[in-house]
Design a binder for this molecule. Sequence first.
Ligand code: NAG
Ligand code: NAG
Length: 343
Amino acid sequence: MAQQLLSSSPLSCPSISNRRHICLFNNGLLLVVSLLLLLGAGSPLFLFPYISFSSSSSMPLDWRDYSLTQAAKFVAKDRTVIVCTVSYPFLPFLNNWLISVSRQKHQDKVLVIAEDYATLYLINKKWPGHAVLILPALDSHIEHRFGSRGFFKFTSRRPQHLLQLLELGYNVMYNDVDMVWLQDPFQYLKGRHDAYFTDDRTTIKPLNHSHDLPLPDRKGMTYICSCMIFLRPKHGAKLLMKKWIEELQAGSKAYEGNDQPAFNWALNKTYHQVDLYLLSQAAFPTGGLYFKNKKWVEETKGKHVIVHNNYIIGYYNKMKRFQDFGLWLVDDHAFESPLGKLE
Ligand SMILES: *[C@@H]1O[C@H](CO)[C@@H](O)[C@H](O)[C@H]1NC(C)=O
Ligand SMILES: *[C@@H]1O[C@H](CO)[C@@H](O)[C@H](O)[C@H]1NC(C)=O
């Protein structure tokens, strides 16, 4: 009996008929351990391989059955997960971003929310457990340009995924994959605030600018970026995500193609209930500044932490700009990515 249990691989457990069944989840493992103890096979040496086995045993038989709960549990370190959302055409950008994340040794916490099955299967084949798909899936063949209707569809789901992770009790960092890390961002997430974010305005601020939500401009708008957000699993952060979802639903026509205005309205409306923290401009510059103002980049040298390749239209233009600035890492450094070289 014990032999049989030990030799049964997690991918061929007895309940193969039920594809949703996950072998050896916590209770299952407990059961197995108690069984082994009952059978007098409970020596630490005997148990050890089983226990290390259990980390891979939370893997489903088919990745389409892998839930966000399982995936978050698998990748989280220090109750923290780093998430991004990716559709198939953006895999090269994902890999580029991942290399930069790996250089800061945070890749283990990365969970890719795959927008289509091709992405889900490819990532999990190369890097098991690090991609999850939350229904509905998008058609892999549709090109999702930044700003297109398809792109909007998936950005509008962002606060729902983030809220779900907060409800599960994780700290969550969200990144767009057209970003590159130059330093470890976690050391900049000072204090115990609910939500951390960056300003997308290109106006240069003093280095000691306030960490409060910026004042609205003459149009009554703020331009906080929905591209890089860090949230702690506290009431305020959840409230902010709920308001963001509400704003997206209320204004879906007006916001078509962009979830950022809704995020800004959510920040505005929850301002008195949420502990907000605006990250430093020099550390987290918008692409409108980093790629367009050489003088500023020179003056703030060594202070940049995450660079965002926005304020540019078009997939290949974006890629070219990374190349021009020495930030396109996938050609020469693909081996540094947990995904390796793609195709
Ligand atoms: C930033 O520094 C300047 C000059 O040292 C000072 O006058 C200003 O009050 C500071 N601003 C903040 C927000 O601390
Ligand atoms: C919220 O938006 C309104 C309208 O633009 C503005 O008057 C108000 O100052 C904003 N509040 C905050 C906290 O930014």
